[in-house]
Design a protein around this ligand. Structure first.
Ligand code: CU
Length: 118
């Protein structure tokens, strides 16, 4: 009985952590070349930060064979690209205004966010 209660508490803690506390790590362009790996159902890192008003490029490396992972879409930027498997693909981004620009795969199973600004 005590064991089951303990399991319940652990489950609640895990749910709270996942939905409210978990924030994907952010990578910055200042730390060198931006590389995003597509693997196991996620973009890694899922959030990248770049400077306002500067052209940038992000390298994507898709290690996930799932066909849906092949598409890379930035809906706000009219970017729709195909990612080859196990080969790096450079995505060039225009100079952007500050804001948040989501990107995702064909069916939005993979989701990421491009943060422009400080
Ligand atoms: Cu997908």
């Amino acid at each position: 009985m005590l064991f089951i209660n303990l399991l319940g508490v652990l489950l609640i803690v895990a749910i709270v952590w996942w939905f409210w506390l978990y924030k994907p790590k952010t990578s910055s362009a200042e730390s060198g070349n931006l590389l995003i790996t597509v693997e196991n159902g996620v973009y890694q890192p899922a959030r990248v930060r770049i400077a306002t008003g500067k052209e940038t490029s992000i390298t994507f490396l898709r290690k996930d064979a799932s066909p849906c992972a092949e598409a890379l879409i930035f809906p706000d930027l009219d970017i729709s690209e195909e990612l080859p498997l196990d080969r790096e693909k450079i995505i060039r981004l225009p100079a952007l205004q500050s804001g948040s620009y989501p990107f995702h795969c064909q069916m939005k199973m993979y989701k990421g966010e491009l943060v422009v600004g400080e």
